[in-house]
Design a protein around this ligand. Structure first.
Ligand code: APR
Length: 278
């Protein structure tokens, strides 16, 4: 019998006893697929330094110059390394286990901060909210119309949006760029419904996405529609090999990688929800 990381049984019990569980994943979810994280050990920013935070302002000022830099690879070294890793990445057992938790009904939705699309490649459906967009799509900055690139990398600046004429960029959200309103609203709605949130592979540092974790934690203090039943604060579970700023407010902390922790959670939930042998 494979030994389970500490906390897995308690986490499985919390999930099994919850009504509406939501997962929030970060770059750590894809590390075992060969995609480096941004912060911490082997983080791209640890290696190359924090990039400029005004990419979106630069894009808005001169979309043509933005696309020229993209196409001629005159971009940050960390983007070049990330692009190479994204090109070769495949889902790992942790991604498939997360899809299984959704298919088994234990997790109702997944809010991912990742742009790698690996959850979709692992078989996840419309339970997925890609809060920072997806690297293999283009998006109009006016009407948010999206176009799938299907792994094709544009060799020239895309035409303006055929719906509204505004410029088009990669769907992946840039620093300084607002999250697409309907995506943010969907993520907020899921967090509002959640009585348990599982944070997997995120440093919980980048708002507004990470702020949703604290919103869930303090759900009972949030505004409620008139007459709605009192809500309790959501339970928080963290799966991360290292401590984060979220760790101290979690009900369960599992010091494991996504590739070990999520499949272990599936095994533990199968055990406690298996029909009793009579
Ligand atoms: N399994 C699980 N977690 C891991 C693993 C692993 N194999 N390896 C590293 N981690 C953890 C690290 O301990 C860290 O807490 O993953 C986390 C990665 O943190 P960040 O690099 O900050 O990534 P994330 O939290 O997703 O950042 C949020 O910031 O750079 C922006 O837009 C980018 O979506 C990203 C956002």
């Amino acid at each position: 019998m494979e030994t389970l990381p500490d906390g897995i049984d308690l986490a499985a019990r919390v999930i099994a006893d919850s009504k509406y569980v939501v997962a929030m994943t970060g770059a750590g979810m894809s590390v075992e697929s060969g995609i480096p994280p941004f912060r911490g050990t082997n983080g791209l920013w640890t290696k190359y330094g924090t990039p400029s935070m005004d990419g979106y302002r630069q894009f808005r000022a001169d979309p043509e110059a933005y696309w020229d830099r993209q196409i001629n690879a005159q971009i940050d070294e960390h983007i070049l390394e990330l692009r190479e890793a994204l090109r070769n990445a495949k889902p790992h057992p942790g991604h498939f286990a997360l899809v299984e938790l959704v298919n088994l009904g234990h997790i109702k939705s997944v809010i991912t901060q990742n742009i790698d699309g690996l959850d979709l490649k692992a078989g996840m459906g419309d339970q997925l909210i890609e809060i920072h967009g997806n690297r293999s799509r283009l998006r109009c900055i006016g009407c948010s119309k999206r176009t799938d690139l299907n792994d094709f990398v544009p060799l020239f600046m895309p035409d303006p949006c055929d719906e509204c004429g505004q410029p088009v960029k990669f769907d992946a959200v840039m620093f300084g760029e607002p999250i697409v309103p309907e995506v943010m609203a969907a993520a907020r709605e899921e967090i509002h419904r959640a009585d348990c949130v599982v944070a997997i592979g995120t440093s919980a540092t980048v708002r507004p996405a990470s702020g949703l974790l604290w919103v869930a934690r303090h759900r009972s203090k949030g505004e409620r529609s008139n007459g709605s039943a009192a809500v309790e604060d959501a339970k928080l579970i963290e799966i991360n090999p290292s401590p984060t700023k979220l760790s101290s407010i979690c009900d369960v902390v599992i010091r494991a990688t996504a590739g070990d922790g999520v499949p272990a959670l599936v095994r533990a939930l199968r055990t406690i929800t298996a029909p009793a042998v009579n």
